[in-house]
Design a protein around this ligand. Structure first.
Ligand SMILES: NC(=O)c1ccc[n+]([C@@H]2O[C@H](COP(=O)([O-])OP(=O)(O)OC[C@H]3O[C@@H](n4cnc5c(N)ncnc54)[C@H](OP(=O)(O)O)[C@@H]3O)[C@@H](O)[C@H]2O)c1
Length: 362
C-alpha cells in the first residue's frame, strides 16, 4: 500500500508537470519573439520545474505531517472541581496532558459572553480547570514542570512517586488517603521503553515492574479514593501499539530463565488493558535507551507526532471516550487491540500473579 501511495504520488506529480511544461512552452514561443526560443524555453523549463517541484514537495510535507499528527480531541468538557493524578507528568505526553486538563475551566470566551450580557459577577463566572497532581520520581524535575504549568488555569501540585519501588507507590497512595483527596481521573502514563536489563527495588525486570506492576498496585490502592466520592471516575492506561507483539509468560515474567529481550519486555509490559490507549509515535525522551541524541533531537522530530499531538488520545479518554467493548483507543477513536487482551482466563491469571507479586493483600 505504501509503495502504491508513493508511485501514485510521483505519477500525479509528473502528469501535472507535463501540463506545466506545455503552458511554459507556448508562453516561451509567443512572449518574446526577439529572444532565442531555446534559451527562453530552458529558462522557463528549469524555473517552472523547480518552483512547481518545490511547491509539490511543500504540499507533500504538509500532507505527510498532517497524517502523522493523527486524531485531535475536540471535547470541550470542563473539569472544574475534579482531581486528576498523572504519573510521569514532568515531561512528554504526561506534561502536555496535564496542561490540557488544567485549562479545562470556564473559558475566556465565556467571560466575554457574560460581559456582553452585562452580568456583574465576572470573577465567579471564571472557574479553574482540573486539580492536577504530577506524580513523578524526581522532585526537582517535577517542580520545574509545575512552574512551567502555573497560570494554565487549574491547580497543579507535585507528589513523589517512583513506580519502580512498591514502597514508594504505597507511600504516594497513603499520602492521598491521608489528605483525603478524591481522585476523579487516574492517568497511568509513566513508562520506560527498551532499557538495558535493570531491576526494580523488588527485583522485577524494570519494564514489567514500572509499566505494569507499579501501576497495577497504584490503581488498586487508589480505587477507594475513586469510588468513595460517588462521582464518575476514569482510569486511563497509556499503553502502546507495541503490545501487539506482547506475550505474557506466567512462568518467567521477568526474564530470569530466558535471555533478556528488551523489545519483547516492553511489549509484554503494555499488554494488559482496561481503558487504554496508544498515543501514536511521539517525539519524546522515551527512546533514550535505543536512540542516539542526534537521531532523537534532529531527525526523528520530522517523522513523529509532537508531545501535544501525542497527548490528544489521553485527553480524549479522560474527557470524552465512551465505554466500548474494545476498551482500547488510538488517534481519538476506538483502536484495535491484540486478541489475547480479551482472553478473560489469561487476564484473571495475570491479575492474580500481579496481586501476589505486589503483595496487594498486605
Ligand atoms: N513516545 C511514544 O512514541 C510512545 C509510543 C507508545 C506509547 N508511549 C507511552 O506513552 C507514555 C509516555 O511516554 P512519553 O513519550 O511521554 O515518554 P517520556 O517523555 O520518556 O516520559 C516518560 C515519563 O515516565 C516517567 N517515569 C519513568 N520511569 C518512572 C518510574 N519508575 N516512576 C515514575 N515515573 C517514571 C519519566 O520520568 P523521568 O523524566 O524522571 O525519567 C517521564 O516523566 C509511556 O507509558 C510510553 O510507554 C509512548
Amino acid at each position: 500500500m505504501c509503495w502504491a501511495f508513493f508511485t501514485e504520488g510521483w505519477g500525479l506529480f509528473f502528469s501535472e508537470e507535463l501540463y506545466n511544461l506545455s503552458v511554459l512552452f507556448s508562453a516561451a514561443l509567443f512572449s518574446d519573439r526577439n529572444a532565442s526560443v531555446a534559451a527562453l524555453l530552458w529558462q522557463y523549463l528549469v524555473g517552472g520545474v523547480s518552483v512547481t517541484g518545490l511547491l509539490w514537495s511543500a504540499l507533500w510535507v504538509v500532507a505527510v505531517r498532517r497524517y502523522l499528527a493523527g486524531g485531535l480531541c475536540t471535547s470541550t468538557a470542563r473539569l472544574t472541581g475534579q482531581t486528576v493524578v498523572i504519573t510521569g507528568a514532568n515531561v512528554g505526553i504526561g506534561k502536555e496532558t496535564a496542561r490540557d486538563l488544567l485549562r479545562r475551566g470556564e473559558s475566556y470566551k465565556k467571560l466575554l459572553y457574560y460581559f456582553k450580557d452585562k452580568q456583574v459577577h465576572l470573577a465567579c463566572c471564571l472557574s479553574p480547570g482540573a486539580h492536577v497532581i504530577l506524580a513523578c520520581r524526581s522532585l526537582p524535575k517535577a517542580e520545574e514542570a509545575r512552574r512551567s504549568l502555573l497560570g494554565e488555569g487549574g491547580k497543579v501540585e507535585v507528589r513523589l512517586l517512583d513506580l519502580s519501588s512498591l514502597q514508594s507507590v504505597r507511600g504516594f497512595a497513603a499520602g492521598l488517603v491521608k489528605d483525603n483527596i478524591k481522585v476523579h481521573i487516574l492517568i497511568n502514563n509513566a513508562g520506560v521503553m527498551m532499557c538495558p536489563y535493570m531491576e526494580t527495588q523488588e527485583g522485577f525486570e524494570m519494564q514489567m515492574g514500572t509499566n505494569h506492576l507499579g501501576h497495577f498496585l497504584l490503581t488498586n490502592l487508589l480505587l477507594p479514593q475513586m469510588k468513595q466520592h460517588g462521582e464518575p471516575a476514569r482510569i486511563i492506561n497509556v499503553s502502546s501499539l507495541g503490545h501487539l507483539s506482547g506475550e505474557i509468560d506466567m512462568d518467567d515474567l521477568f526474564f530470569k530463565k530466558k535471555p533478556y529481550d528488551k523489545v519483547q519486555a516492553y511489549a509484554n509490559s503494555t499488554q494488559i488493558q482496561v481503558f487504554s490507549l496508544h498515543p501514536g509515535s511521539v517525539h519524546s525522551a522515551l527512546g533514550r535507551h535505543i536512540l542516539s541524541s542526534v537521531m532523537n533531537d534532529y531527525i526523528l522530530c520530522l517523522a513523529l507526532k509532537t508531545t501535544l499531538e501525542g497527548a490528544q488520545t489521553t485527553v480524549y479518554c479522560a474527557t470524552q471516550a465512551k465505554q466500548h467493548s474494545e476498551m482500547y483507543f488510538s488517534d481519538c477513536a476506538v483502536g484495535w487491540a491484540l486478541y489475547a487482551s480479551k482472553d478473560e482466563r489469561l487476564a484473571e491469571d495475570f491479575w492474580k500473579l500481579s496481586a501476589q507479586l505486589v503483595k496487594l493483600d498486605e
